[in-house]
Design a protein around this ligand. Structure first.
Ligand code: SF4
Length: 321
């Protein structure tokens, strides 16, 4: 079965069960005409003031993008839950999974075991899948450590795709190996920037940053998708994953990485109509280097207004030295 995903979930369980994970976010953003997917969901009845990611994923799921949808019922947005209800109505099987709010080992262990049973696999096959994917995760970490040697987009792309390993871990690993063997950053770099928030819906965000002489050398959420830590078991791995839990765990990670990577500033990307926009206040209050908040709505190129703001931010950071 092709199992659709709307965010990062314990993908090891899907592979262990012999299914193919498909991260609908990645299919959506790489679609030749992603705006048409958004418009199609609106035509079906999605409110205009709901997030474009969701509308794109809904259209893909509805049009045979997957045979079942693994839905995160806790730790993701409530819009996803409503989308899953609409897809249930349309006849798509839904497999629920939750990241428990208390972030306790026993609670998450229970959820993972439920998922293992629902997909008809067992712990030892999951452990084997984890060992296989851990080997690839270590290579993505290496790519992240060498961020300076590549255009900004590369690190973002391989981290964001690690949610499902492009549905083919062997091919994905080959591609990572090729990239590791062929570094090459053409643009000159003056500034080191961090990117926080959900991945950008803008197609050319990273190339635009490169054109400003800015290296984006930290991608908060995308890096978390790649699980950049060594863990003994799968429950511990998904407990350390900050994204589905509260914003304070994310802040700790952002502060630690900002220091380690000597960041000059941070861009906080927010998605129109996403509840996470509210977290901007908390993030800004806790981050002690300059932060620029930008907002994206539909999947297009970076608009001119945002370009001017990004350019001014880069100039301001340069001026500060
Ligand atoms: S961007 Fe926000 S609203 Fe949209 S799917 Fe992600 S969490 Fe939900």
């Amino acid at each position: 079965m092709r199992i659709g995903m709307t965010t990062t979930v314990p993908v090891e369980v899907i592979y262990a069960a012999g299914h193919i994970p498909v991260d609908l976010n990645n299919i959506f953003v790489e679609h030749p005409d992603p705006v048409s997917l958004v418009r199609s969901a609106e035509f079906e009845g999605f409110p205009r003031n709901s997030c474009s990611w969701l509308k794109g994923m809904y259209t893909l799921a509805l049009n045979n993008g997957c045979d079942a949808l693994l839905t995160v019922t806790e730790g993701d947005c409530s819009n996803t839950k409503a989308m899953a209800e609409a897809l249930t109505q349309a006849g798509l099987p839904i497999i629920p999974f939750a990241y428990p709010h208390d972030r306790k080992y026993e609670s998450l262990e229970r959820e993972i075991n439920k998922l293992i049973r629902a997909l008809g696999t067992n712990r030892s096959d999951v452990d084997e899948a984890k060992r296989r994917l851990d080997k690839i995760r270590r290579k993505i970490r290496l790519l992240d450590e060498r961020a300076e040697e590549y255009p900004s987009y590369i690190n973002h792309y391989y981290q964001v795709c690690s949610s499902d390993f492009c549905s083919d871990p062997d091919r994905y690993e080959e591609r990572v190996d090729e990239v590791l063997a062929n570094p090459g950053r053409e643009a000159e770099t003056n500034l080191r920037i961090g990117y926080i928030g959900v991945p950008p819906i803008f197609k050319d965000f990273y190339s635009y940053m490169d054109s400003l002489g800015v290296l984006v050398c930290f991608n908060e959420v995308q890096r978390q998708f790649s699980m950049p830590f060594d863990t003994e078991d799968i429950t511990e791995q998904y407990l350390r994953f900050t994204y589905p839990y509260d914003v304070f765990g994310r802040i700790e990670d952002i502060k630690e990485q900002s220091k380690a990577r000597r960041l000059d500033g941070i861009i906080h990307y927010t998605q129109s109509f996403c509840y996470r926009q509210i977290q901007d206040m908390v993030l800004r209050a806790n981050i002690d280097i300059p932060v620029l908040t930008v907002e994206g709505d539909i999947p297009t190129e970076v608009d001119n207004r945002t370009k001017i703001r990004l350019e001014s931010f880069a100039e301001m950071l340069e001026f500060r030295g």
